[in-house]
Ligand binder design. Sequence first.
Ligand SMILES: [Ca+2]
Length: 346
Amino acid sequence: MKGTFESGLFPRVVTVCAIAFFAVLFCGCREKSKRFGEGPVDLTKWTAINYSYPANKQPTANWVISEDKLSVTQEVNADPSIFLSDRNLLDTSISGTWLVNSSSDDDFMGFVFAYQDPGRFYLFDWKGKTQADLDVGRAEQGMCVKIVTAPYSGKLEPGKPFDGKDLWHTQGVQGKVRLLDHEPTEGWKAHKPYHFRLDFRPGNFHIVVKDGDRVIYNKTFQDATYTSGRFGFYNFSQGGVAYRGFETKKLPAEGVQWRVFGPPVVSFITFVGIAFTIVMVFGISLVWWGVLSLAAFVLFAVAAIVALVLDLGFLWLILLSLAVFALLVLCLVFVAICCRGPSAAG
Ligand SMILES: [Ca+2]
């Protein structure tokens, strides 16, 4: 035992574990800073993702942000485009208004969410009028929710990850776009503001579209293809669409009890089991088992409270619990070695 202290093993183990603990905490806080907060959505750091279909001969979208940075207009009858947030949407409600400031055309506007990359996201779109096109298929009037799962090579190229029909065809395209829901609602009308709201939680989301107080679309979906990701305004072949006054609000996370306390509780029970085994195998006093179990309880409770107060994501709570777990197991091994040392010598 003396040798262990003299060799500086204990301080080194504690230092390494403390660094790991705070590294996890730091990463968790950084991750949190990438999520939407509450209040009006500032569009300054949003970016355009523009797809290109050479066969369409349509120009590239042009997103123009207002002076106050709170609204944006897509001005051109263009190939599909996304105006993408810089933040992730998780356990959050986002709402705002959009309208078409143009009397011509009847194509798509909408939203993407849980965006992973240019080929993978959820898409909500609204087509003004049914249109069957020989080249690209039939786009039906109304609102759709689609799951986009197109392989993305890491570079946006003409016709990739989509070509003309993929986002046009209401029924979707195998291997790229799967239709989750199509509601043959009325088409959108020009110069009329529509209110949109999306409540997004991992594994379920709820979409409401209203014209004033009149509800046009109101549906909840259970799907876990993508459980978090960025949000964006979507436009396909429809110029003059203004997206404005968007704001976010935190949602009470469903199953929050389990999500906050689950990983620490599981880690604690596992640790107590491992500690008991080591105590028995090494013939150490059960007092040590009691002391370490109490320490484990306190540390895991602290981890859960830290995660709750800092509003860290579920993944970071798991990592935090694992860091605490590693710290405790190392302490346990240290105690086992120290306690065995003198008896082996004697
Ligand atoms: Ca058009």
